[in-house]
Design a protein around this ligand. Structure first.
Ligand code: HEC
Ligand code: HEC
Length: 254
């Protein structure tokens, strides 16, 4: 990684020093004078160079040291084995670091349009989460594990924690797209998802149109009609809602 990026990393991170897991009074641990097992960072780096980078990793991913290192959360750092590669996330992080180097080298092939070259670093992708996923992807993963109800609870948790911060776009598209995914196999589940979206964005025509479609797919034509009509009050140009209402009213003619 270029010195430039490393310097920037350090600068951002120094502001965050209070987040350093405080070495406790009785904890003899300190940053090692000579790290033993550096494979991607410069081998001659001392602990004081390492510190801002490690803090940067924790901040960028929203995790703490044991996420990548061998050691137990809450235990003194002197009980950790930082040189060990046993925690698979450590090698994942190394691979990420190599990838980031490739990206930043590749970026040199383009002439920046702004007054400065914009480099990438961990947080450009991660934004405070260990796996940089869109909200829909995150909800999809949860859904495959545990179904609609648990996923909607999870959505509420994420929104409480992250609304207004970097990692997720809580606009109407996330639940809308997720709802359509669910609809393929589970129209009733999709009704739950899309209803929540409609409650959150009641001024949008599209959310009501989507909710109506989920009702349509689950065979509840009365509700479908009600929500297509609602969609049209928000957006009178909604051609789909007009067509669907015509179908519902004149089922014989199709
Ligand atoms: C996202 C993963 C990640 C997190 C989180 C992380 N580290 Fe690291 N750490 C690494 C990687 C990767 C290396 C090895 C770097 C290399 O190979 O050049 C490393 C190396 C180290 C080393 C050098 C060990 C040696 O002797 O070779 C120390 C010390 C260290 N980390 C401390 C910490 C501390 C303290 C924290 C919490 C504030 C932390 N790390 C958080 C990934 C992480
Ligand atoms: C170009 C975007 C990008 C950048 C830059 C990036 N990452 Fe990642 N990272 C990802 C993606 C995508 C995944 C998820 C891969 C998967 O699980 O399929 C990931 C996964 C990880 C994981 C595994 C998390 C888990 O729980 O499985 C670690 C650790 C990690 N990144 C560390 C880092 C560190 C440290 C940096 C900076 C040196 C970094 N990443 C930079 C995109 C990025």
């Amino acid at each position: 990684m270029s010195e430039n990026v490393l310097r920037r990393l350090s600068r951002v991170i120094l502001l965050a020093i209070p987040l350093v897991p405080a070495a406790r009074a009785q904890d003899p641990w300190s940053w090692p004078e000579k790290p033993k097992n550096l494979q991607v960072l410069p081998k001659d780096w001392s602990g004081s160079r390492l510190q801002p980078v490690m803090i940067g990793f924790t901040r960028a991913l929203g995790v703490r040291c044991p996420y990548c290192h061998v050691g137990e959360e809450g235990k003194p750092l002197s009980t950790f084995d930082f040189a060990s590669d046993e925690n698979p996330n450590k090698n994942r992080a190394r691979e990420m670091y190599r990838m980031l180097e490739d990206i930043n080298n590749h970026l040199k092939n383009i002439q920046p349009s702004g007054d400065q070259r914009v480099n990438m670093w961990c947080n450009t992708c991660h934004r405070g989460r260990p796996k940089p996923m869109t909200l829909e992807e995150e909800l999809g993963e949860q859904y495959r594990k545990s179904g609609v109800e648990a996923t909607l609870d999870y959505y509420a948790d994420l929104k409480q924690k992250y609304y207004g911060r970097g990692p997720y776009d809580f606009g109407e598209n996330a639940l809308n797209n997720f709802g359509y995914d669910v609809m393929k196999k589970d129209p009733a589940g999709a009704v739950q998802v899309l209803r929540l979206n409609a409650e959150q964005f009641p001024q949008s025509g599209n959310v009501w149109d989507s909710l109506a479609e989920a009702y349509m797919k689950s065979g509840n034509l009365t509700a479908a009609k009600e929500y297509y009509e609602k969609a049209l009050t928000r957006d009178p140009t909604d051609q789909n809602a007009q067509d669907m209402l015509r179908k519902i009213r004149e089922p014989a003619k199709k």
